[in-house]
Design a protein around this ligand. Structure first.
Ligand code: PLP
Length: 393
């Protein structure tokens, strides 16, 4: 059996129609398949390769750490230099109230743990979330995600989830003295890049403060420079009580994090002790990679370029087939007339060497989230191909 046959026979599928590219190698914004075809990667593994595939600084950091040690113990027991270095680096980049980091392995795990922390700190049960939100696929995160069709087959999910419309201040009264947490993406990704009103985010923050609910910002997708700031909440000057991260943080290695105050985080060590545990969280290789990512993204000028590149892409993708473009930095939703046109655009683009991709729930739009390191030339070349694709729709 070759790799392709094994993939279709022995790897459990997530859909009947996987993209099925056979990857040879990847560097920067380009993925090369085993047959030597090159693709502009405008998706970056769904917002993961923010610093590009195999960024030399990330590769060097992983190699250097591998010479010392890989996994030696479960999270939270041994003192490991790359893990401490990451915690110091990350908290220095955040508001003073977000000064304590717990490292996990993925976005959904960060959200699960954030919800547990909020329940433990507030001794309440209700979790307010927003329609259109996506927080992951394990049972807790799924319970607070919006897509009803995706949840239906797996009920009952965790009790206490309440959904409100995004961007509607009037409905925020539902955040009350029973509410442990409000979980939200500050900019909704899977809903098709829905940008919040400043007044809405401020009202959510105020309502949480007044009711004693903890505000969780899920920046799994919007974090690590994706929107042109290190964290999307910086655009709005509204800080959460708990921040969750993953995707771009590891520069291609799996790592997640939830960040809160020192006082809140102490609760996870008492009543019960070991209130949240993980074997691989804080993996030293992933931590070394993540510190390198933060070094790259915070290089002076790097984040200014993100907004400029996003604006260029937006300009070059205007076409009569494109009904709307919603965007913050290099996080884009391109709206077409129908699901069918989206499917056709994605396959025509792939045939021509450009990777674009669906949203899970917002089927009449496709997503673009390239490496933030994509060059102007690559943007222009990929946009030319997409113009050709739009002409054929
Ligand atoms: N939260 C958001 C906003 C996401 O976009 C995602 C993944 O797409 C997740 C959570 C889940 O992350 P993971 O797939 O690493 O569990």
């Amino acid at each position: 059996m070759d790799n392709k046959e094994i993939f279709y026979r022995h790897l459990a599928p997530t859909s009947p129609h996987p993209v099925g590219l056979e990857v040879g190698h990847a560097a920067g914004s380009i993925i090369t398949t085993t047959d030597g075809r090159q693709y502009f990667d405008l998706i970056a593994g769904i917002g993961v390769a923010n610093v590009g595939h195999r960024h030399p600084q990330v590769v060097a950091a992983i190699k250097e750490q591998l010479e010392r040690h890989a996994h030696v113990m479960v999270y939270g027991e041994y003192i490991q230099q790359p893990v401490s270095a990451l915690a110091a680096r990350l908290t220095a980049l955040l508001p003073a109230t977000l000064d304590c980091v717990y490292l996990v392995n993925s976005g959904t795990e960060a959200n699960e743990a954030a919800i547990k922390l909020a329940k433990r700190v507030t001794c309440r049960y209700k979790v307010v979330a927003f329609r259109g939100g996506y927080h992951g696929n394990t049972q807790g995160s799924l319970s607070v995600s919006g897509n009803e069709i995706k949840k239906q087959a797996f009920r009952p999910l965790i009790p206490g989830a309440v959904f409100l419309p995004f961007n509607e201040v009037a409905s925020l009264d539902a955040i009350d003295s029973n509410t442990a947490a409000v979980i939200m993406e500050p900019i909704q990704g899977d809903a098709g890049v829905v940008i919040p009103d400043q007044a809405f985010l401020e009202a959510v923050r105020q309502r949480c403060t007044d009711s004693g609910a903890l505000l969780i910002f899920d920046e799994v997708q919007t974090g690590i420079g994706r929107t042109g700031r290190l964290f999307a909440f910086e655009h709005y000057g509204v800080a959460p009580d708990i921040l969750t991260l993953a995707k771009g943080l590891g520069g291609g290695l799996p790592i997640g994090a939830f960040v809160s105050s020192y006082q809140h985080m102490q609760q996870l060590a008492h009543n019960p002790m070991l209130g949240h545990i993980t074997t691989f969280g804080g993996n030293p290789l992933c931590s070394a990679a993540a510190t390198a990512v933060l070094d790259i993204v915070t290089t002076p000028g790097f984040l200014d370029e993100v907004e400029k590149k996003g604006a260029l892409l937006e300009k070059l993708l205007q076409h009569r087939q494109v009904k709307a473009i919603r965007r913050k930095g290099l996080m884009l939703a391109i709206e077409l007339e129908s699901e069918e046109k989206v499917d056709k655009a994605i396959s025509l683009a792939l045939e021509r060497g450009v990777i674009i991709y669906w949203f899970l729930s917002t089927r009449h739009c496709f997503r673009i989230s390239p490496p933030l390191t994509i060059t102007q030339h690559e943007i222009e070349a990929a946009a030319d191909i997409l113009q050709e694709v739009f002409d054929l729709l």
